[in-house]
Design a protein around this ligand. Structure first.
Ligand code: TEU
Ligand code: CA
Length: 520
């Protein structure tokens, strides 16, 4: 795979740092803990780690409210701990991607403290201040505008009022943010996942958003309006291109964008001449109904929309979305694993996906996420998918010697790394096999994607490289399916049996079974 950049043939693994491994008994994961688990990640076969924010933060939105972009929050450790982590990861051949949160800072960031101190402060224009609010809404509920007594103006916040939005039309803001990227790039980080890339710039006239005709009671209040003037503005693209140019000052780095948009708009974030994000996250699988027709449609419409030369990527979970095993059922999780790991391009896993981890119900008094606290019961809460990684069956699952910041799932005594390790047909072993296969069979990474088809509960496609040809058959139903097949060999089943079985003639795919077959 020498013809490709490292990130093109990578499996990226997202770590939510509060929940991976605690090392000092405070019940919150940290860098030293993470470093202790690097060998596990090497064993899993992943190539790169993306760490959700670890910078100093009041933690109003658990690190997505940054108070200092060039330091590490003491909860997670020190800059030295980070350097050590980076070195140990690199030593093992793992890349490290940081989370860059450019749309907003914490309201405790010195820039905002200055900005709000007076109308004349040189940093006043670093944020979005107005005499009067317009109708824009916060994603976390209520108006997006907060009145500031002292100076008598309102500031805009796409998320919490503790997360004021920066003014990306101000050249000083841009320069400061690009220098932050350089700080970490010089320090050796391999790239960035950019938070809410599609929200960075807002309409310069602050026009009101139109009502959303699709809104109905029970949806988050932010859905009342269509985000026409405060998201996906045409000016965003020049910012993305500038960020990419900063990364390109350093060899071999990757720019990933968090973008929730329909495919046609999503793919514009590759940028003119592909000089935007190398990987605008493709979230369409994690939003797709779990049936063969919808999935085939999602895969094809994304694939067809890709600009020439653009590199595909796929995601089944992240720290904002219900876990895949809860969404489709634990029995179906292995099929999702096979789907993800047989698609072309770059893949992102969310920690615990490889265990078939499910959402953990959080009792009301233990809710942490402000998205849930602000609008309870509307399904906004993200705590259930952020619970500690279960490593073993010991009290607190080997995650902490203290009290975990979020509860462990009831099933952790059986669903944990150590237990699944000992069961050769577990989903953990399936992930490991599938990830390894991508290394030994480059056709799975960059071979052509062909013949994507849905037939009742069966989703199928082929992957065709120069030397190898594969057929992927995914039974998304709970009845077996009988298929006429000529001359193929089973490479792997999600049941982890029938390896090397040769197929000729009528052939059975069991309930919720995925099969990877080699074609002649
Ligand atoms: O998420 C952006 C975003 O749009 C989320 O609000 C997401 O749609 C929602 O959580 C789904 O329930 C990013 C981060 O990933 C998220 O954790 C932050 O809270 C948010 O930005 C603000 O930085
Ligand atoms: Ca800790």
């Amino acid at each position: 795979m020498q013809d490709f950049d490292w990130w093109q043939h990578s499996v990226i693994y997202e770590i939510y740092p509060r929940s991976f491994q605690d090392s000092n008994r405070d019940g919150i994961g940290d860098l030293s803990g993470m470093a202790r688990r690097l060998d596990y990640l090497v064993g899993l076969g992943i190539d790169a780690i993306w760490i959700s924010p670890i910078f100093p933060s009041p933690m109003a939105d658990f690190g997505y409210d940054v108070a200092n972009y060039c330091e590490i929050d003491p909860i997670f450790g020190t800059l030295q701990d980070f350097d050590r982590f980076l070195e140990e990861a690199h030593h093992r051949g793992l890349r490290v991607i940081l989370d860059f949160v450019p749309n907003h800072t914490s309201d405790q960031h010195p820039w905002f403290l200055e900005s709000r101190s007076s109308l004349k402060n040189p940093k006043r224009d670093w944020y979005l201040w107005r005499d009067q609010p317009n109708n824009w809404l916060s994603s976390f509920g209520g108006s997006g505008w907060e009145f500031d007594e002292k100076t008598g103006q309102y500031y805009y916040h796409s998320f919490l009022k503790q997360q004021p939005d920066l003014n990306w039309r101000n050249p000083d803001v841009k320069a400061a943010m690009y220098n932050i990227l350089r700080f970490w790039l010089r320090g050796g980080v391999d790239g960035f996942r950019v938070d809410v890339m599609w929200l960075l710039i807002k309409d310069d006239q602050f026009r009101d958003n139109p009502p959303n005709p699709g809104y109905r009671a029970g949806l988050p209040s932010s859905h009342q309006l269509l985000p026409v003037y405060n998201s996906d503005r045409p000016e965003t693209h020049s910012l993305v291109t500038e960020m990419r140019a900063v990364l390109d000052e350093f060899p071999g780095r990757v720019l990933i964008g968090e973008i929730y948009l329909p495919v046609q708009q999503l793919v514009t974030y590759y940028g003119p001449d592909l000089k935007g994000a190398q990987l605008p996250f493709n979230f369409h699988l994690l939003q797709c109904a779990w049936n063969a027709e919808a999935l085939a449609h999602s895969i094809l419409s994304y694939y067809d929309a890709l600009p020439a030369g653009a590199w595909p990527n796929w995601v089944l979970g992240n720290h904002d979305q219900p876990r895949i095993a809860s969404r489709i059922g634990a029995a179906m999780a292995p099929v999702a694993a096979m789907l993800l790991l047989t698609l072309p391009g770059t893949l992102t896993l969310y920690y615990g996906e490889e265990l078939g981890m499910t959402n953990v119900p959080i009792p009301a008094e233990q809710v942490q996420d402000p998205a849930e606290k602000n609008e309870p019961g509307l399904g906004q809460g993200r705590d259930p998918e952020r619970t500690p990684m279960p490593w073993d069956a010991s009290p607190s699952a080997g995650f902490t010697a203290g009290v975990p910041w979020l509860p462990l799932g009831d099933d952790y005594p059986t669903i944990n790394v150590e237990a699944l390790e000992q069961n050769p047909s577990s989903i953990l072993h399936l992930y490991r096999h599938l990830i390894r296969l991508r290394r030994t069979s480059p056709a799975l990474v960059h071979g052509k994607l062909k013949l994507v088809a849905a037939d009742r509960h069966l989703l199928s496609f082929q992957r065709e490289g120069e030397k190898e040809r594969f057929l992927v058959l995914l039974n998304l139903g709970y009845d077996s399916v009988q298929l006429p097949l000529v001359n193929a060999t089973v490479v792997i089943s999600t049941y982890l049996d029938r390896i090397a079985e040769s197929v000729n003639g009528s052939f059975e795919i069991r309930p919720a079974e995925g099969l990877l077959l080699r074609l002649p």
